[in-house]
Design a protein around this ligand. Sequence first.
Ligand code: SF4
Ligand code: SF4
Length: 182
Amino acid sequence: MENILKQLPKKAKDKEKENKKLFKKLRKKPPRHLDTLMIELHDKEFEKTDCLSCANCCKTTAPWLNNQDVARIAKHLKLKEQKFIEEYLEVGDDNEYSFKTVPCVFLGFDNECSIYKVRPKACREYPHTNRRRFYQLETITIANTSICPATYNILEALKKTLPIEYSEKGGKPREKFRRGGG
Ligand code: SF4
Ligand code: SF4
């Protein structure tokens, strides 16, 4: 995994242009089955991805926390919400909270999350590759291809699965082969 993570930023950079084109095409004409397809590709990838040998998201990015996250985690830690906020969180420009420190203070040496059951919604949903209307998530997904090997793989699998008109070279749909004349 160490090697995979080391090579990932370069691999992601190499695919950035292609991935941006893909999102442009997806937004222009989202395939009808995209939501189902994304769930399938996401589940298939996470069947083989061992997040405990990676934890790169928890090591490199701070998740946003909403008010429910704050209340739930503070309660779990038996802290008053204000105390939890002061000790662990900072407030962003849009008044959302995020953890003060990266790597995450709740990440153990074994890559286990010590507040797993009450972790923020953003952690539960990361890397968002099974979300509905996936075509709306260009910025975050392309950023995640350099952090999360699963996201990189899911986008590559998506490109292989979609019809030719969504590929980099693809313009018009391929003519269907018809047997017989006329
Ligand atoms: S709360 Fe848990 S899942 Fe979320 S970043 Fe921290 S260690 Fe990772
Ligand atoms: S979600 Fe992605 S970055 Fe996070 S631990 Fe799993 S594979 Fe690694």
